[in-house]
Design a protein. Structure first.
Length: 99
C-alpha cells in the first residue's frame, strides 16, 4: 500500500468560481487508473495544539504500490490538474508506505 497525502493552501482572495474550479480539478484525480481509494476534505473542527488547520484542503489517495503512484504522477489528468497551480500558494505532500 502506498498513500499519497497532499495539503493545499489556496491563494487568499480567490472567487467562489475559482475555488469551485480548484475542487472540480481535484476530483478529476480520482478517475485515474490505479487509484484504490480517494478522499478530499477540509480541515476538521478539531482543536488541539498538535493539529495544523491552516491548510485549505486535503487530498488523500491510496495505491497498491509505488509503481501505481508513479503512473498516476505522469497521467494526462494529473498533468491537466497541475495547470491549476496558479490557484494555490503552497502545497505539501506526505507519501507513506506500509511498514
Amino acid at each position: 500500500m502506498f498513500v499519497h497525502s497532499v495539503y493545499f493552501w489556496l491563494k487568499p482572495g480567490l472567487t467562489g468560481a475559482q475555488q469551485a474550479q480548484f475542487w472540480a480539478g481535484v476530483k478529476t484525480l480520482g478517475g485515474i487508473s490505479g487509484v484504490k481509494f480517494f478522499f478530499t476534505g477540509a480541515p476538521a473542527e478539531t482543536d488541539r495544539p498538535v493539529i495544523d488547520r491552516t491548510y485549505s484542503g486535503a487530498l488523500v489517495i491510496g495505491f497498491d504500490d509505488l509503481a501505481a503512484h508513479d503512473a498516476y504522477q505522469v497521467h494526462p489528468i494529473h498533468d491537466r490538474f497541475r495547470e491549476l497551480s496558479h490557484l494555490w500558494e503552497r502545497v505539501l505532500i506526505y507519501d507513506s508506505t506500509k511498514r
